[in-house]
Design a protein around this ligand. Structure first.
Ligand SMILES: [Zn+2]
Length: 478
């Protein structure tokens, strides 16, 4: 009899506690998960309440009794991180692929992307669609076209150089073109390699005046210190910084200024390739530690963000895309795109050259050194360039950043809170805290143990919309 009473008491206690527990109206709860905030790090056994598009509360699971009436997603043994950014993508590099890219991003946990160059009328609709459908589309920030000089590189003259840029014959044409981009409400501006110093200066002033970040490749007519001091907020692919890091940098600079006059009127793409060929490895093989430190100190002082796109370089240098393992990754692409890429990959040159390998080793080492000196990093890929699979390739970039010596938590920062800071969104995006936008990923395995575990995606939450694995798989089949 006594035992029955105890059992009844126990049963009613549990039952009433649940009934009386806290109920979150119009919300759902991810219960008892290991939360990884990119600033605070790992917090075990937390529950997270999401209402609308926001995280409204996080708490220790055992501190708050919640009602069983809540909509609950069990999180036990799993890991919660903020949604990831790919900070360097090109919707318009392969136009027949652009439509398929948003689903690939979302299915791989990429809840935001930054498009770093494409015709404004082509990329703007992707941004607008994302704004109209925040729960099912990844956020899109755009630069519009690369802002290039008189001999612009991406001029549409071959499939390798589609129209990604605008040509600017002089300063006044640049002013007009950039005013139009500002009017179109681009999110940042991108300087390209063939700008003259005068054009770059003007562009930097316009960016500052409109409170827009200016990213880019260091123009070949300038050195990196000058560009950074004038307001180049971030540098893509570490492009052209090595030219300012060698004992020969003054001589190389003079040579470039001469060749940039382009007496034979060759195409911008050919002119740029010629200059890279002449000077890149000459610089990398003759680096000077004093010069390196001069550059790195200025970049650190100016907080010049780096998007090194290491996976792009490694993939190309070792022709990784030709391996059976890599080819099997292409299964997530639409059938026609997969066939097109396989055909191109089979036709591409298989040779691996030592200079390209040396360049990637230099890049990876430079990331390590800059990181030690406090220069901030952002994770970006350049997809779909180089047969990089949209979405998946960002996870490969994270693994390359690990090889460059960043800790797992620092790597998560490069794809979460750092991009948020870049766009001044750090108070609402990129962390797991009350009042932050609920862009989140649930992982089966701990990314702080192995950064490759960011691929173990169980669910993606975009703007408060919970998408489970089978839904994400269905996105990959479309
Ligand atoms: Zn790019």
């Amino acid at each position: 009899m006594k035992r029955i009473i105890i059992l009844i008491t126990l049963f009613t206690t549990i039952f009433s506690c649940k009934k009386e527990g806290v109920f979150f109206d119009n919300a759902f709860v991810i219960e008892d998960i290991n939360l990884i905030d990119p600033i605070d790090g790992l917090k075990e056994n937390r529950s997270v309440v999401i209402r609308g598009n926001k995280i409204i509360k996080t708490f220790k699971t055992n501190e708050v009794e919640i009602s069983s009436e809540n909509k609950i997603y069990p999180g036990k043994g799993k890991f919660l991180i903020p949604g990831l950014w790919d900070f360097h993508v090109h919707f318009s590099f392969e136009r027949n692929f652009a439509e398929a890219m948003p689903n690939l991003f979302l299915a791989h946990g990429i809840t935001s992307v930054r498009d770093t160059g494409g015709e404004i009328d082509f990329v703007n609709p992707y941004k607008k669609t994302a704004l109209e459908h925040p729960k099912t589309k990844s956020r899109v920030k755009i630069a519009g076209p690369l802002i290039d000089g008189k001999y612009n590189v991406y001029d549409g003259s071959s499939p390798y150089f589609p129209v990604l840029s605008i040509q600017n014959k002089d300063v006044s044409q640049l002013e007009k073109n950039v005013a139009y981009l500002v009017e179109q409400k681009v999110d940042f501006l991108k300087a390209y390699e063939m700008l003259s110093p005068e054009q770059f200066k003007t562009l930097a002033q316009i960016a500052k005046k409109n409170n827009l970040k200016l990213t880019g490749h260091v123009p070949l007519s300038m050195n990196v210190i000058e560009a950074s001091n004038l307001g180049l907020s971030s540098i893509e692919h570490l492009r052209n910084i090595e030219l300012s890091m060698t004992n020969q940098s003054d001589a190389l600079f003079e040579e470039r200024r001469e060749l940039l006059k382009n007496k034979n009127q060759i195409k911008g793409s050919a002119l740029r390739s010629m200059l890279h060929k002449k000077q890149r490895m000459k610089s990398v093989y003759d680096l000077d530690s004093t010069k390196i430190n001069q550059v790195v100190d200025v970049l650190a002082k100016n907080n010049t963000w780096q998007i090194p796109t290491l996976a792009l370089y490694i993939n190309f240098a070792f022709k990784k895309f030709k391996t059976p393992e890599y080819l099997s990754l292409l299964d997530v692409l639409p059938k026609s795109k997969k066939e097109e890429w396989i055909e191109k990959i089979n036709a591409s040159d298989a040779s691996v050259d030592q200079q390209t390998i040396d360049y990637t080793a230099w890049s990876s080492g430079m990331v390590n050194y800059m990181h030690k000196k406090g220069i901030p990093f952002l994770a970006g890929t350049d997809t779909p360039i180089g047969f990089l699979v949209p979405g998946l390739s960002l996870h490969h970039e994270l693994e390359e950043l690990k090889k460059s010596g960043l800790s797992e938590l620092e790597i998560l920062q490069t794809a979460t809170i750092n991009p948020a800071k870049y766009f001044d969104l750090q108070d609402s995006l990129g962390r797991i805290k009350s009042n932050y936008v609920a862009d989140l990923i649930i992982l089966d395995k701990n990314p702080l143990q192995d950064i490759a575990n960011t691929k173990s995606i169980r669910a993606v939450i975009k703007d408060g919309n919970y998408m489970n694995r089978s839904y994400l798989d269905s996105l990959l089949k479309q």
